[in-house]
Design a protein around this ligand. Structure first.
Ligand SMILES: C[S@@+](CC[C@H](N)C(=O)[O-])C[C@H]1O[C@@H](n2cnc3c(N)ncnc32)[C@H](O)[C@@H]1O
Length: 216
């Protein structure tokens, strides 16, 4: 168990998820691998610990999987959000997990052998989806540090999200800086709401962005 954030540890005992034999062995705990990456790559990782299970559950909460055909996760890291997603998603729901770091991808594949883990830069999102024949996406779950992307790269990612997102779909963006970037996301989405999750270190949250206003 991650002593800081309550997330599962080295991987092989995800409740409710298949166990890969490759998971057994002397692994660095996820949180230690994550911390090492943060110390080496800083802004590209943007957090010193993976999201807590409470934050992960909150991000997935409210998705109606009986009406969801495709979910795309961007910037999966060691997979806390992936775990919450795959625990809920039925086999009929296509989940595409995109992560740039090769060590994280290896861990993700070992931890979630059933998942479509794509080692790629999220700025190539359009061609990644095209290659997979994915025209529309119901929900995007995003851990990318978008505020530290160049404007051009951010426009590329969010432009693609807006073209592919279903009208009643959501783009859910993690953040460790509650409310700070609300205005930035409002430039792209009609509706942006923020949910704070205190059970995370540091306290964090996520924006739920929609291409259209809802009547909530
Ligand atoms: C803040 S971490 C989030 C990790 C995980 N989702 C979590 O909640 O713990 C950001 C992740 O985005 C990945 N990332 C950053 N830039 C990326 C890019 N351009 N394309 C794909 N992944 C990227 C990093 O490697 C890192 O794993």
């Amino acid at each position: 168990m991650n002593p800081l954030n309550g997330t599962a540890h080295t991987g092989p005992t995800e409740p409710g998820l298949p166990v890969s034999p490759k998971c057994r062995g002397s692994w660095l705990p996820y949180w230690l691998l994550f911390l090492g990456k943060f110390l080496r790559h800083g802004r590209q990782i943007a957090s010193f610990v993976p999201s807590s299970m409470w934050l992960a559950r909150a991000v997935v909460h409210g998705i109606d999987f009986s009406r969801t055909a495709t979910v795309v996760e961007l910037g999966a890291g060691t997979g806390p959000i992936t775990a919450a997603l795959l625990r809920q998603a039925p086999p009929s729901c296509r989940c595409v997990i995109i992560e740039r770091d090769p060590d994280f991808c290896r861990r993700l594949r070992d931890r979630f052998p059933q998942a479509d883990v794509v080692e790629a830069d999220a700025t190539d999102l359009d061609s990644l989806l095209k290659k997979r024949g994915i025209e529309t996406v119901d929900h995007f779950l995003c851990g990318l540090p978008l505020p530290s992307f160049t404007t051009e790269d951010r426009d590329r990612v969010l432009g693609c999200v807006l073209r592919r997102l279903k009208p009643d779909g959501t783009f859910r963006q993690l953040t460790h800086m509650p409310w700070v970037y609300q205005r930035m996301y409002r430039r792209y989405f009609e509706e942006v709401r923020f949910r704070l999750v205190l059970r995370n270190l540091p306290p964090a949250g996520f924006y739920i962005c929609r291409p259209r206003l809802t009547a909530q």
